[in-house]
Ligand binder design. Structure first.
Ligand code: HEM
Length: 562
């Protein structure tokens, strides 16, 4: 696994972070001059497009701050066709949801996520890649992390209460509060509890390293991207963040080493006595010769933080902004949370969070409207022929137009409308409908007799052919339809916020638990609103990343009786 995705994971530190860092840099003028040269080179170099593919013609510089609008616009024009864009990051071939089904099951040696991410993260210079350990990381997340969080929910609630007591205002009356920075710290603490255990998760030093690592990496990659590849071997020495990355890795290693050493020395410890956190799971999973390789542990922990903290805290912040705008949803979700957590010991029960189905729908709707701009970052390693006749030569960089798909009225009727119960209603319908439907995109239409939506057509897509006869195309066989298709953690060709296929986000179940825990606790204890007359805070878009406003204030008031 290459743990974080500059284009697909919205850990966006935003232009504010970048300008702040730049201003505090004492060698700013020196860098500014070099950067100016690099930007000129960057602007005037014209990466080649494949001549046979439709092109969306927009000057490259416009992609810097408008990628969200441009992806929506281009998707509106080309929809079900393959087309190319010339974005800030270079030429990208855009695959529509009607064809992505042909690609999502292709093996890594034909269509590679690892190579695409490694290139996007410029791993050659940043060394940001889990390399040989990517599969272990994904496996541990899919198995241990999700179950661990279910077990730990009451412990994490106590941790969240502790964070609130320390860092949240008392809110006896309506009190303005900046949500985003708080969510970053809260998520970092909660995730840290599961990743490194309580002794480190509360350490400011650990929090600093784990929160800032993704931001530093993002800035390093952004700066390096402005230099053409042939300049990078020299330009890397001008990017101070590359040195910060190395320092952060060393700091993380120094913090982890005594903990790991202590555990390894306790040879008589039974499995049930072992700490239940990522340090331990990784230590158990590593071969003997790597168990004392503290650098591997440090790198994996920081990649894990980079993949999880900003993505999860961004979505939680978006949910709060949407709750503040849609007051009626607060009542609905609070009522549901009150039912589920009527008894205090419900917080101890593993299945409680899963009962929050309306909240699940609300979070998914929030993500649909505010989620990533693109998804499915992949690199073609062997030529691929799609069923519409498009030939994808090796070396082609792919993306899917997520921002466009999420607003396509064929899949999401009234797409501009925020309907917090959209997916809950679909789940309700599904529970009483026929059992078999295909897995390919199926438009939804409004049922004449109801205010919700039904699937109509069943058109399974064909498989792509590749130059490698042994490469299996994705399975297009019909899959049993069940209500889980509309869950927050479900993925599909029109539902790519967590990616698709083998590399789809393995941490999404973990994120779901965390977000639901935070929202439940806040809803049960606070009313939330915007200042009178204020609109929902606008997102920040920089290159292919999008994040909620970091500075917006929302008003909170403690509820008198629960
Ligand atoms: C709302 C929160 C999150 C969002 C929106 C998100 C989104 C994504 C996306 C779009 C991908 C790329 C999938 C693909 O290319 O097909 C991804 C991969 C990944 N995510 Fe997440 N993620 C979130 C939370 C997390 C969390 C909490 C963790 C860890 C606990 C995590 C760990 C990873 C890892 C390790 C990968 C790489 C998987 C691979 O390459 O095989 N993510 N995520």
């Amino acid at each position: 696994m290459d743990a974080f995705h500059i284009q697909t994971l919205n850990f966006t530190p935003t232009a504010n972070d970048i300008s702040h860092q730049i201003q505090t840099n004492s060698r700013f003028i020196y860098y500014a001059a070099l950067s100016t040269i690099a930007i000129c080179v960057w602007l005037f170099q014209s990466p080649k497009r494949a001549p046979h593919v439709l092109a969306y013609e927009v000057p490259r510089r416009k992609w810097m701050f408008n990628a969200d609008t441009l992806v929506k616009d281009s998707y509106g024009k080309f929809r079900d066709s393959v087309y190319q864009i010339r974005s800030t990051e270079g030429v990208r071939t855009i695959i529509p949801p009607t064809l992505v089904g042909e690609l999502k099951g292709l093996p890594e040696d034909t269509l590679s996520a690892k190579t695409a991410v490694s290139e996007a993260m410029l791993s050659e210079y940043t060394h940001l890649s889990a390399d040989a350990h990517s599969d272990i990381l994904t496996l541990l997340l899919k198995t241990k992390a999700t179950h661990n969080l279910q077990r730990m929910i009451s412990v994490l609630r106590e941790e969240f209460k502790f964070i609130l007591a320390a860092e949240f205002p008392t809110c006896e009356d309506w009190t303005p509060f900046r949500v985003q920075p708080f969510m970053v710290r809260a998520v970092s603490r909660l995730s840290g509890r599961a990743f490194v255990g309580s002794s480190l998760s509360r350490s400011e030093e650990w929090m600093g390293v784990s929160v800032n690592f993704a931001i530093t990496a993002f800035i390093a990659v952004t700066k390096l991207q402005f230099f053409p590849p042939w300049m990078r071997p020299v330009a890397q020495y001008l990017v101070s963040e590359l040195r910060t990355i190395r320092k952060d890795l060393a700091k993380a290693q120094a913090l982890l080493e005594p903990l790991i050493e202590e555990r390894l020395n306790q040879t008589d410890m039974s499995d049930s006595d072992k700490p239940d956190d990522f340090i331990q799971w990784l230590s158990d999973a590593l071969p003997d010769e790597e168990k004392r390789n503290y650098f591997i542990q440090a790198k994996m922990q920081l990649l894990l933080s980079a993949s999880s903290i900003h993505t999860t805290s961004n979505l939680t912040t978006d949910c709060i902004y949407d709750l503040a705008v849609h007051q009626e949803m607060q009542d609905i979700l609070r009522e549901e949370a009150m039912e589920v957590f009527a008894e205090e010991d419900a917080w101890e029960r593993r299945d409680s969070i899963a009962k929050l189905k309306k909240m699940d729908s609300f979070i998914k709707e929030s993500q649909r409207l505010s989620g990533n701009i693109t998804s499915f970052i992949r690199k073609v390693m062997k030529p691929i022929d799609l069923s519409d006749g498009t030939h994808l030569p090796s070396g082609t960089s792919l993306l899917t137009p997520l921002a466009g798909i999420s607003f396509d009225e064929r899949y999401f009727p009234d797409p501009e409308v925020f309907d917090g119960l959209r997916f809950w209603k679909l789940r309700q319908q599904r529970q009483s409908s026929s059992p078999i439907r295909p897995s390919s995109p199926t438009p939804l239409t409004r049922s004449p007799s109801s205010s919700t939506y039904l699937e109509t057509t069943t058109t399974p897509s064909k498989s792509a052919t590749t130059s490698s006869p042994s490469s299996p195309a994705s399975s297009q066989s019909p899959t049993p339809l069940d209500s889980s298709k509309y869950q927050f953690t479900s993925i599909g060709d029109t539902n790519q916020n967590f990616g698709l296929g083998k590399h789809a986000c393995p941490g999404r179940f973990f994120a779901a638990q965390e977000i639901k825990l935070i929202l439940s606790h806040l809803l049960l204890n606070y009313d939330i609103k915007l200042r009178d007359g204020e609109a929902r805070p606008k997102p920040l878009v920089f290159m292919m990343t999008k994040s909620p406003s970091q500075t917006a204030e929302v008003l909170f008031r403690r509820r008198k009786a629960i």
